[in-house]
Unconditional design. Structure first.
Length: 227
């Protein structure tokens, strides 16, 4: 049985991605959580990966770190058409969008850290965040228009591209970004996944916080109030 090494579910966007993909594939796997806010975090992660970062997939004698590399490994291990779109043209787009997500959108990442425990009122978070959000919505809309007619996700059925963008879906939701109905429908499809529901339930049960992943604002809703 594979093992996925992850970080805190409340905040760890990178860990969420392969966790969702494995879950949607129906693969049984063990998980090991390494808390991000501990003094020994790097040392603990280095036991599983030389990069000392989460996530890490351990499958027999194979160790794969980095979320996008894990997606490619899962594609080879469990079937190309189950992880990426089966046809070459949409598959190429799905990989392009996933790579863009993997390396891009720094303003949104830093200005709106993933936090599944709170909801904030929308406000202007700067031109960089606005540009990132606009590009993301544009990418979603293009993929849906071209290849998403047979289901609620970017390419119809759930793929690695949806897993890669899932943390951004949570960010737009958490920080109250106003979106058009078609974008909201896509977001609701991701947030409505049973697998995401299990992740979020576990995230809200965590009893600790990571200060650097909390924005200095009063939330509209704090789902972990009193913890």
């Amino acid at each position: 049985m594979p093992t996925l090494v992850i970080a805190n579910k409340l905040y760890s966007s990178w860990s969420l991605r392969p966790w969702l993909m494995l879950s949607e594939l129906g693969v049984e796997f063990d998980e090991i959580m390494v808390r991000l806010d501990d003094a020994g975090t790097s040392e603990a992660l280095r036991r599983y990966s030389p990069a000392a970062k989460a996530p890490v997939l351990i499958d027999g004698d194979q160790t794969v770190w980095d979320s996008l590399a894990i997606m490619e490994y899962l594609s080879e291990r469990y079937g190309l058409g189950r992880v990426w779109p089966a046809e070459p043209v949409p598959r190429a787009l799905a990989r392009c969008l996933s790579a863009e997500m993997h390396s891009g959108f720094p303003a949104l990442r830093s200005g709106c850290p993933m936090n599944l425990g709170k909801h904030y009122a929308f406000r202007d978070r700067g031109p960089g965040v606005a540009r990132d959000a606009a590009r993301i919505v544009e990418a979603w809309r293009d993929a849906r228009a071209r290849f998403g007619r047979d289901g609620p996700f970017l390419f119809g059925a759930f793929t690695a591209a949806d897993a890669m963008f899932a943390p951004v879906v949570t960010r737009l939701d958490t920080y109250g970004f106003p979106v058009e109905p078609d974008t909201r429908a896509y977001m609701d499809a991701v947030l409505g996944l049973a697998s995401f529901g299990r992740w979020k339930e576990a995230a809200l049960a965590e009893t600790w916080s990571v200060r650097e992943d909390e924005v200095d604002e009063v939330p509209l809703v704090d789902h972990r109030a009193g913890r």
